[in-house]
Design a binder for this molecule. Sequence first.
Ligand code: TYM
Length: 346
Amino acid sequence: MENEITTPNTNTESAPKKRMLSGIQPSGDLHLGNYLGAIKNWADRVNDYECYYFMADLHTITVRQDPATLRKRSLNQLAQYIACGLDPEKNVLFLQSHVPAHAQLAWVLNCYTMFGELSRMTQFKDKSAKHKDNINAGLFTYPVLMAADILLYQADYVPVGEDQKQHVEITRDIAQRFNSIYGDVFKVPEAFIPKAGARVYGLTTPGDKMSKSIPEGCVFIMDSPDEIARKFKRAVTDSDTEHCVRFDRENKPGVANLMNIYSAITGESFEEIEREFDGMGYGAFKPKVGEAVIEHLRPIREEAERLMADKAYLNEVYKNGAERASYIANKTLRKVYKKVGFYQLP
Ligand code: TYM
């Protein structure tokens, strides 16, 4: 059956809803960290906020990308967003490069951001250590583009995982600096970080966040059930003698990570999980977490596969999303251009 979309209702007649905005880079396949740290949190709140979610393709080229793969991922990621519960009728879903105002505002904000504050960004330090042969200016000014993404939409909240908190903080600083010169141009946004799932660690490296760069310990949302089961079976647990399921981030990081994942998926508290697995060892716990993840992701994967085959529908969602997003973004950009003194034609 063909999928149909209508224009999202982003203007209600009653009190205006608060606005949420966030994005994910289509630089790799979506994984459990992206899902639990970000997308699930977005989808759970769709009825209470006016929501803008995008694929941050401009950000991806700070690291070299294969052009054909980037194009393909940009479309597949949209299918995966929708399959994760982001209904295009209720959320404005778009591709960052389809809305030129992001790059335009980023230039202006570059001139209101200090070299010193960008130098302190941990993501810049990490990424420049990882890509020593390509420490480009875009990697350095990445947070300014992210600030533009957020401020263009006058977003109230930015739902992200913990690793992006620093970028939301610099966005607030830039907005406040600009506002202090020109008046209230930008809404100063707040990061919105989920309790469970805020930081999912790699299954094989419970000291590092789950990331596509360590694929053995990274569960992708499109992984087959067998693959997910295998990854959880090989999850690193801890070498303590106690061997029981108890939340202790410092001394039992592997088990704590599995508990965090299980809690984010099932909604159970850590105490409830400890009770459920009382008397069972890690060997029994690991596959149980795997099973919960497999069953949770199964309908998402199936729906994403169905949508990925419907390119016409995905193109239409993107077209519609870009129009809706541009309307708001251009309004902010015009205001900024006027404030800084760019001459405007009558
Ligand atoms: P990105 O693409 O690295 O990650 C997207 C989202 O997934 C979250 N996340 C995680 N959460 C928990 N555990 C993990 N292991 C994990 N890995 C990733 C991230 O916190 C993020 O919420 N700069 C952003 C993309 C971006 C953006 C924006 C976000 C560009 N412009 C404007 C919000 C608003 C990034 O690289 O996220």
